[in-house]
Design a protein. Sequence first.
Length: 382
Amino acid sequence: MATSDATSNMERGAARSELSQDAAALNLMEFWEERAALELLQPRQSADPCLWRWKDIEPRLHRAAEIVPLEEAERRALLFSNPGLAPRPFMTNTIFGAYSLYNPGEHAPVHRHTPSASRMLLEGEGAYTTVEGEKCTMHRGDLILTPNGTWHDHGNDGDGPIIWMDVLDLPLVENLNSTVFEFDYFEEDAQSNTREPVQRTTQSVVHPDDHSQNLYSGGGYKPLFIDRERGAKGDHSPMFVYRADQTREQLDRLRNYDGSPYDGIIIEFCDPTTGASVMPTLSYTAQLLRPGEHTRAHRHTANAVYCVMEGSGYTQIGDTRLDWSRNDAFCAPAWMWHEHVNRSSTDDAVLYSVTDVPTLKKLGLYREECRMDDGEEVLVTK
């Protein structure tokens, strides 16, 4: 009987080996071999918690400005590369980020693309981005949007170098195989009798100064005499500039509220005409951590990246502690427990953050859990 069983097992093994070879030859895979990789009990951990220190990166940007001509680079940037995603230059598996430097008088040629993008000025004066004919001047902490399909060019009108942080949903768009960049920009030639379009490297400014602010910063008031759609797509905010001083004032107005147990006093930049996120794929927020504030741990299926606008503290992400200070950038990958701490007993800390929450919510994939004081894990949002 034992010999018969052994023979049967050998025959079965040979048959399965033959089936595996046949399946591979037909470009098939066997579910019973792949089941463990498919039926996950929780999301995979691919990206690592990671901190990029401003004090380490800033001098290298200035060195690059001396030896790398903008004509060669077009965008003189150092890209954040998460070690868990190497060799790809991504902060998380859905979010791309960089610090970019422009010397006085430099500018990047006009272009547009399917990824949605933003920039926030960190150092210097004179930075601008022209978006769909609106010249958006930039001051430290201002958020400038260049949504999917909007023509934009940017540069430096100041007397010294400027540095900003770029954030794009490029990895997400690339994973969907939908990345397209366009550089052939044409405008009608006002000096020509035929008004034939001519190719240009920069846009003409056709809107007044502070156009976005004039139209949409009134909080609770929406102009009805103008088309809200700007650019090739209409599912993003028509307001391209969010001023840092207004953001800080709003955080201060709310400082005496309890706030979120997980994020302190947190506000979202929104489309002023709909209240939705400013981009269909990304949510932008600012959060105030009051002196000594220590938030409760939570985790969610969204990826988050941060830039420190004020103060110093640390964020505990799983077993990793990231100690941050002014202008540092860091990431909290999806489904990792994290909590924030303002180390100062007297000074505020302010974090600017970007997440892919809108994408996950549209797909019905957003999930959030919190950890109670007794260690119990509680579902917050499905």
